[in-house]
Each structure stands twice: as C-alpha cells, then as structure tokens.
Design a protein around this ligand. Structure first.
Ligand code: IPM
Ligand code: MG
Length: 356
C-alpha cells in the first residue's frame, strides 16, 4: 500500500467548493484502493494576499515541491483586481507554474455523448464527435516575456518570446501524446506576422520529421479559431503557445457544453504535476453551491494517470462522470430540458457513489 502527498490549493471564489468535491472523490478511491492520500492545504492567490500580503508564499512552493501532485481550484476575484500586476492572484498562478517547471499544459476537450444537447454547435456537427487535446506551452511566450511601461506610463508593452529549446520540448510532448491517440497533430501559430511564430513553426516542423507516422499540419491561429467551431472533429492534438492555448482552450471548451467540463494537467520533466480546471474562480456564483465540479474531478483523473500511477482509477472516475451524465444529472451550466438540476455538492456525491 502506497502513500501519496497531495498539496491542495483551494483558491478563491468557487475554488474551495469544487476542490472539496475532488477530495471527496480521492477519499472514495482511498477506500477502494487501500492507498493513502495525505492532503496538505496551502495558500496561493487572493487568500494568500489577504493572509501574507503576497500571492505565492515560498512555503507554498516548498510544500508543492515536496508533494507527488498539486490539486488547485481557481484563483482571483474583484477584490484583488486593482492591485499592481505582480501582486495579483494570477501572478501567483503563473509563479507556481514556473517555480515547479510545469511547461506542458494538457487540456482535453471531450464532448460526452449525453451532453450533446448542451453543446453550442449544430447537432450534425456535434454528432461527428469531439475529442481533442490542447497542448499549451505554459512557462514561456508573452506570459513571461519582458513587460513594462514607458513614456511616463503612457505606453505599455509585453513581449512574445520563445527559444528553440522551449518549442522543441513542448512539440515532443504533443507528438508523443498523438502516438497514443488518433495520430494527428496540428500546430497553431501566427507565422504570417510574428517572428516568434516563424521560429515556432520551423522547430515544430523539424520535430515532426521524427514522427513519420503522425499526420502533421500547421494552422494559423485565426483560421484555427474558426475551424474549432466549424468542425472540431478534425482536431486530435493541438500544439500551441501559452497565449493561443489559453484562448483556444476556452473556445474548445464550449464545444463540449461548458467550460465547467474541462480539466487540465500541467507537467514538467518530473512526475510532479499540477491539476486544475481550466475555468476561473467564478466569483458571481461563489458560495451558492452552483458550480460544476466536473472539470476539477476530471483533473483528479488526470492526476491518477500522470503523477500517481493509478490509471485504472482514473478510468473509473471518467466512467463515473459518464454514468452520472447518462442518468440525467446536470449542474446549471450544462442543464437542458428534461434533466435533473443538482448543485455542486450533490454532483460530487453522485460521482463518488458511481465509482466502484
Ligand atoms: C487559465 C487562466 C490563467 C491563464 C489566468 C487565470 C492567469 O486563464 O489557466 O487558463 O491565463 O493561464
Ligand atoms: Mg484561461
């Protein structure tokens, strides 16, 4: 019987509610597997600012580095919106991704069959099936490039910057993933305008040559934004930059019914990973038991595949989510006619009960 350490960052807004459901699932898996999860709660984001005056205390980084995995809710909220950039909750999130070396962000967008009515697309398009993964570069690009003000604060700038080494390692993650899936990679850039995208494209094309069995193409980001809506079934693995991946993963999420359905895994070169839903802290519905916990619960499944070797339990979680949706239970964001509306906690209970 093994023991695993999980650092937990509840976060702000709906963070604590959705994380509580994810922990419920992990406790159920403890019972079934005989393995033990030791949870250590640490602060990051708005609550860390309130308590320690900074969004990412060193202690949080240390606890995370000493864990097998990190579970995160979401951070941010109007209370902290007027702070300078480097003191905002979001700076804590970027800081932890960087401090843990988590350069690869995997964001699977899957349309669960029972949610076909919640999908925003025309039925015949949805019926082709949607099962794609955005592989987003997470510790480089414009998020981490030089930024600042000049002209006495009258001009502001941010810099998109990528090295060949950064592009190569994320490209390899994407191609390796494609091997285990439908063997199709689309790399998304803006190479008709940006120098950094031309370098991106050159490196990804070079990596593609090592994978002759994987179908590969480049796509410009504006076209990609259109294609994801026109026919998402054409995408298997998308490899893209930090910023484009941020935007396109929100877009792709709506083809699955709701942003409340998309989990993510942030990985580096060790087993340690950070697992979080792709959505934000939704302050408008915080504390009302309305949030959809499925993205966070599916993030736990990703954790059990990538950081803690329990793939059979990852499958059980995904099957449980399917069966609860099949049974007609819905949170508000994925509600449609004739279904049963439930709150965050009840959705967590139903999924935990469906795991066997
Ligand atoms: C995400 C979020 C974050 C990002 C924000 C909160 C900094 O939108 O994880 O997609 O832009 O990466
Ligand atoms: Mg985002």
């Amino acid at each position: 019987m093994a023991e695993y350490k999980i650092a937990v960052i509840d976060g702000d807004g709906i963070g604590p509610e959705i994380v509580a459901q994810a922990i419920k699932i992990l406790k159920k898996i403890e019972n079934l597997s005989g393995n033990t999860f030791v949870f250590e709660h640490v602060l990051m984001g708005g609550r860390a600012i309130d308590e320690f005056g900074e969004p990412l205390p060193q202690e949080t980084i240390d606890v995370c580095l000493n864990s097998d995995a990190v579970l995160l809710g979401a951070v941010g909220g109007p209370k902290w919106d007027n702070l300078p950039g480097h003191l905002r909750p979001e700076a804590g999130l970027l800081g932890i991704r960087s401090a843990l070396g988590l350069f690869a962000n995997l964001r699977p967008a899957i349309l669960y069959r029972p949610l076909i009515d919640a999908c925003q697309l025309r039925r015949d398009i949805a019926e082709r099936g949607i099962d794609l993964v955005v592989v987003r570069e997470l510790t480089g690009g414009i998020y981490f490039g030089e930024r600042g003000f000049k002209d006495d604060g009258k001009t502001a700038y941010d810099t998109e910057i990528y090295s060949e080494q950064e592009v190569e390692r994320i490209a390899r993650i994407g191609f390796e993933l494609a091997k285990t899936r439908r063997k199709n990679v689309i790399s998304i850039d803006k190479a008709n305008v940006l120098e950094s995208s031309r370098l991106w494209r050159k490196v990804v094309e070079r990596v593609a040559q090592d994978y002759p069995d994987i179908a590969f193409q480049n796509m410009l980001v504006d076209n990609a934004a259109m294609q994801i809506i026109r026919d998402p079934s054409q995408f298997d693995v998308i490899i893209t930059t930090n910023m484009f991946g941020d935007i396109l993963s929100d877009e792709a999420s709506m083809t699955t019914g709701s942003i409340g359905m998309l989990p993510s895994a942030s990985l580096g070169s060790s087993k340690l990973g950070l697992y979080e839903p792709i959505h934000g802290s939704a302050p408008d519905i915080a504390g009302q038991d309305k949030a959809n916990p499925i993205a966070t619960i599916l993030s736990v499944a990703m954790m059990l595949r990538s950081s803690i070797h329990m793939p059979e339990y990852a499958q059980k979680i995904e099957d449980a989510v399917s069966s609860v949706l099949e049974d007609g239970y819905r949170t508000g964001d994925i509600m449609s006619e004739g279904k049963t509306l439930v709150g965050c906690e009840k959705m967590g209970d139903l999924i935990a009960d469906a795991i066997d």
